[in-house]
Design a protein around this ligand. Structure first.
Ligand SMILES: Nc1ncnc2c1ncn2[C@@H]1O[C@H](COP(=O)(O)OP(=O)(O)OP(=O)(O)O)[C@@H](O)[C@H]1O
Ligand SMILES: [Mg+2]
Length: 225
């Protein structure tokens, strides 16, 4: 049922990577998950076509932006989780997907702290919330953070976002080779060869914590609806 969208008009913020990590961990736990590939670049569809993943992730490609509403609604009736990977621009389809989401996640590269794209997405979420007459749930996800320097740099970034009143997920997504390997091999994180993947257990642990936090958030927002 829940629809989780990844949005940020800034290209390369980590939308597609986070979407696939989340879907991979849900599938690993046996959850019925569908990724809606709403990016004309079709990274998720290419991921599916390129590899030999035997994970139970369904991928639906949205070729006509006019179909995004119907595609999301239909998927939300059939799957336990629907994950929408949005394009790196601001468009009507992005606004429509955001409006249909139970949770909008806004990946933001922790190191670069280029918050303009995130701010644009937050404005979009606020205006959609007004239109709908209910507050849409959202969180910034800090991505590509440095595992070694986690505490200090992240404390600064978080402080800035806190000062601006922006809600941030506690779990950052660390910069890991394993998160690139999933695209290179067309596999999910847990399907990668552990002996050939650097820091595989840490990568899995990070993705698991990410999923846990998202599930907790969805549970909380469900209680208030
Ligand atoms: N946590 C991470 N660790 C390592 N590499 C990452 C991580 N997150 C993203 N990348 C890499 O950064 C690049 C951009 O990431 P991604 O495609 O997920 O961003 P995006 O927001 O979906 O971009 P676009 O707007 O172009 O769709 C990719 O090459 C990806 O492999
Ligand atoms: Mg993408």
């Amino acid at each position: 049922m829940p629809v989780i969208s990844f949005a940020n008009p800034k290209g390369g913020a980590g939308k597609t990577t986070c979407a696939l990590l989340l879907a991979g961990q849900i599938a690993h736990r046996g959850g019925k998950v569908c990724i809606i590939d709403a990016d004309p670049e079709r990274w998720i569809s290419q991921w599916l076509a390129s590899g030999t993943s035997s994970s139970d992730i369904s991928v639906k490609s949205v070729t006509d932006p006019d179909m995004i509403i119907d595609t999301i609604i239909e998927a939300s009736q059939r799957f336990a989780f629907v994950i929408v990977d949005l394009e790196g621009t601001a468009s009507l389809a992005v606004a429509q997907a955001v409006g249909l989401s139970n949770l909008v996640l806004i990946p933001l590269q922790g190191a670069s702290m280029d918050a303009k794209g995130a701010a644009k997405t937050i404005r979009l979420i606020e205006s959609q919330s007004k239109m709908l007459g209910r507050q849409l749930e959202y969180r910034v996800v800090l991505t590509r953070t440095n595992a070694a320097l986690m505490t200090r740099s992240l404390r600064n970034v978080r402080a800035q976002l806190d000062a601006a009143g922006v809600p941030v997920l506690s779990t950052p997504i660390v910069e890991r080779a394993a998160y690139r390997d999933i695209f290179d091999f067309g596999l999910t994180l847990t399907e990668l060869d552990g002996s050939a993947t650097s820091n595989h257990p840490q990568a899995i642990q990070n993705a698991e914590e990410f999923l846990e936090e998202v599930i907790t958030l969805l549970g909380k927002s469900g209680e208030t609806e």
